[in-house]
Design a protein around this ligand. Structure first.
Ligand code: ATP
Ligand code: MG
Length: 259
C-alpha cells in the first residue's frame, strides 16, 4: 500500500512544488510507482509535468467537491509519474467544502481508493493553512517541509506545527514528520550556512542530509514541462533530488523493518 506524503509549508515560494515534482521523478527513476496529486489552485505541479491545467477534463476539484466517483478518470499518465491535476477551480473548494460533511477528509476518501496501485502518493499543498491544507494533512501518512535557506526560514513554522498537532490530536493521530528539506542553499553565503545550523538545532534529527542547492536549471525545467532528471540529468539540482530519493527510500525501508 502506497505511502502518502504531503509537501507542506504555508509560506509561499519555498520549493514545495519543485520538490514534489523532482522527488516524484527521482523515485520513478528508482523504479517506484508514483502518483502526484496537485492540490494547489495555482496548478504548478500539473504544468510542471507538461500538462496544461486548463485542459484537464477531470481535476482534483471534481473528485473532492463534485463527487466524481471515478478517480481513475482524473489520472493523467505522464512519461514519468501519474498525475491528478488541479487548476483554478480548486480555489472555490475552500468555500464549497465548508458546508460538506466530513469536509476535512474529502481528499483522503479520494486517495485511499487508488492507494494500492502506487508505492508513493505525493500531495503538493497550497501556501496556506486553510481547509485545503487540512485535507492534505488528514490524507497523509507523513508531511515533508521544504525550507528556503533565507533569513526568515523558520518564520510561520510554529503555525504549521500547531496545525499538525491539532490534526494529530483529533483527526489523523499517526501523521508523522517525514523530514525537513533545506532548499535554495547557496554555499557562498554565510547566511545559508547559518540557516542550516539553526534549522538543525530546531529540528534535531529531522533534517535531511541531502540539501537542494540554488540551481537555475531547477527553475527552468517547469517551463519545459519536464522534471529535472529529464531536463538536465547532470546538474546539481538533479543530483540533490536523486540523493534525497535514496535517503527517503533508505529511511522508509528501515521504518518498515521496525514494524
Ligand atoms: N533549488 C532551487 N533553485 C533555484 N530556483 C528554485 C529552486 N527551488 C525552487 N525554485 C524556484 O523558486 C520558485 C518557487 O518554487 P516552488 O514553486 O517550488 O515553491 P512553492 O513552495 O511550491 O511555491 P507556492 O507556495 O507558490 O506553491 C519557482 O520559480 C521555482 O522554479
Ligand atoms: Mg507550489
Amino acid at each position: 500500500m502506497g505511502k502518502i506524503i504531503a509537501f507542506a509549508n504555508q509560506k509561499g515560494g519555498v520549493g514545495k512544488t519543485t520538490t514534489a515534482i523532482n522527488l516524484a521523478a527521482a523515485l520513478f527513476e528508482r523504479g517506484k510507482r508514483v502518483l502526484l496529486c496537485d492540490f494547489d489552485p495555482q496548478g504548478n505541479a500539473t504544468s510542471g509535468f507538461g500538462v496544461d491545467p486548463r485542459s484537464l477534463k477531470t481535476s482534483i476539484y471534481d473528485l473532492i467537491v463534485a463527487d466524481e466517483p471515478d478517480v481513475k478518470s482524473a489520472i493523467v499518465s505522464t512519461k514519468w509519474v501519474d498525475l491528478i491535476g488541479a487548476n483554478v477551480n480548486l480555489a472555490g473548494a475552500e468555500l464549497d467544502l465548508i458546508m460538506m460533511e466530513g469536509r476535512e477528509n474529502r481528499l483522503k476518501g479520494v486517495l485511499d481508493r487508488v492507494r494500492e496501485e502506487y508505492d508513493y502518493i505525493f500531495i503538493d499543498c497550497p501556501p496556506s493553512l486553510g481547509l485545503l491544507t487540512l485535507n492534505c494533512l488528514c490524507a497523509a501518512d507523513s508531511f515533508l517541509v521544504p525550507l528556503q535557506c533565507e533569513y526568515y526560514a523558520l518564520e510561520g513554522l510554529s503555525q504549521l506545527m500547531t496545525t499538525v498537532r491539532m490534526v494529530k490530536k483529533s483527526m489523523n493521530p499517526s501523521l508523522a514528520l517525514e523530514g525537513v528539506l533545506l532548499t535554495m542553499f547557496d554555499g557562498r553565503t554565510n547566511l545559508s550556512i547559518q540557516v542550516v545550523e539553526e534549522v538543525k538545532k530546531h529540528f534535531p534529527g529531522e533534517v535531511f542530509s541531502s540539501v537542494v542547492p540554488r540551481n537555475v536549471r531547477l527553475s527552468e525545467a517547469p517551463s519545459h514541462g519536464k522534471p529535472i532528471t529529464d531536463y538536465d540529468r547532470m546538474c546539481r539540482g538533479a543530483e540533490a533530488y536523486l540523493s534525497l530519493a535514496d535517503e527517503i527510500l533508505k529511511k522508509n525501508k528501515q521504518e518498515k523493518g521496525r514494524v
